[in-house]
Design a protein around this ligand. Structure first.
Ligand SMILES: *Cc1c(COP(=O)(O)O)cnc(C)c1O
Length: 352
């Protein structure tokens, strides 16, 4: 055998939450419990199979225009991709070519260090405080870029806009990426700041608040300079990503702002209604500005609860990682799903 194996790029991949193929109560990947906008579903049902002989629109113009109208940001300041994972991955590749370390929290979206490793970007993971908060001052040191999920995941805690403004102000020589995957569930978006800071990239997704995890649509907004740089890298790699029905369904979902507001409000109402019930069972829960709780129990280890719930076909997320190995991330489902969760927890906790 030759030595080709020495030249294989070795990566430790991101570990997504399980997608069991049978019907379970699925509270482990922060999917929205409600279907996408009926307008988007109608577009998908009307899709023309014969039209797949043609390549799709590389600029996804229809989708970009819909985002432009809804957010009041000109089309040349919007970049779209196959989920925000695609957008974020492209952003790491595009903006983090420095020899200085990119900064992000030690407890955050676990794809960030995977991309940094994959693209050989130096990085430094900055510890959150004891109670899982981001300390803005920690990001005011020399760096090759900053990435912050706001609200953060899996902690669910949001930073106020002024705290993020401070981080951007202190980092005019690097690109600051704010990953707003959960922003529609309660945080305040820094989107208005893109007019003031040409180094701010705001990334959002259709996966959570627009109920489109399976559509795979994400987008970034920022200065034209940032967006042009992203497009150049994208078109140097793979031009044809989203298919035509997805571009059209994404545009329909984006334009249905009323539906998004209605469904996110329903999730938020469920989140707040069940918080005291979980607390009454002995859980401590961080203040959530998202569609999930980050919770630990005062008596029973998180791992035990995770496994016992799984036996009852209720899936939540657990990480056997330092600092968070006694916490669970629980997606907010429908009221009925949460009722089933509370029932199962009551049983599990009584028996332990
Ligand atoms: C869900 C999530 C994403 C990406 O999701 P996509 O489905 O790829 O859009 C990005 N960042 C955070 C923090 C997330 O939770």
């Amino acid at each position: 055998m030759g030595n080709w194996q020495d030249n294989v790029r070795r990566v430790t991949p991101y570990t997504p939450g399980e997608q069991p193929q049978r019907k379970v109560i699925k509270l482990n990947t922060n999917e929205n419990p409600y279907p996408p906008s009926p307008a988007a579903v109608a577009v998908l049902q009307a899709a023309d199979g014969a039209a797949f002989r043609k390549y799709p629109d590389t600029d996804a113009t229809e989708l970009v225009n819909a985002i432009s109208e809804v957010y009041g940001v000109s089309a040349d300041r919007i970049f779209v991709g196959v989920g925000s994972d695609d957008v974020l991955g492209m952003s790491f590749l595009t903006f983090f070519a420095s020899d200085k370390p990119v900064l992000f929290p030690d407890i955050t979206y676990s794809f960030y260090d995977v991309w940094a490793e994959l693209f050989r970007i130096p990085y430094r993971q900055i510890p959150l405080t004891e109670n899982f908060r981001i300390r803005p001052e920690d990001y005011m040191t020399e760096n090759g870029g900053v990435v912050i999920a706001n609200p953060n995941a899996p902690t669910s805690v949001a930073l106020p806009v002024e705290a993020i403004r401070g981080i951007i102000e202190a980092n005019r020589d690097s690109v600051v990426i704010i990953d707003e995957a959960y922003i529609d569930f309660g945080g305040e978006s820094v989107l208005p700041l893109i007019d003031q800071y040409d180094n701010l990239l705001v990334v959002q997704t259709f996966s959570k608040s627009r109920s489109g995890a399976g559509l795979r649509v994400g987008f970034a907004m920022g200065s034209k300079m940032l967006i042009d740089a992203l497009k150049a890298v994208k078109f140097a790699y793979n031009s044809y990503t989203m298919s035509t029905p997805i571009i059209q369904a994404g545009a329909a979902a984006m334009r249905d702002v009323a539906y998004m507001k209605k469904t996110t409000a329903a999730v938020v109402a469920t989140r707040e209604a069940f918080r005291p019930r979980l607390e009454a069972l002995g859980f401590t829960i961080l203040p959530s500005a998202t569609n999930f709780y980050f919770a630990s129990h005062d008596r029973v280890p998180a791992k035990v609860i995770f496994e016992e719930l799984k036996k009852r076909d209720i899936f939540v997320r657990y990480w056997n990682k330092p600092r968070i190995n006694n916490h669970l991330r629980i997606t907010v489902g429908t009221d009925a799903e949460m009722e089933a969760l509370v029932g199962a927890l009551t049983e599990i906790l009584a028996a332990y």
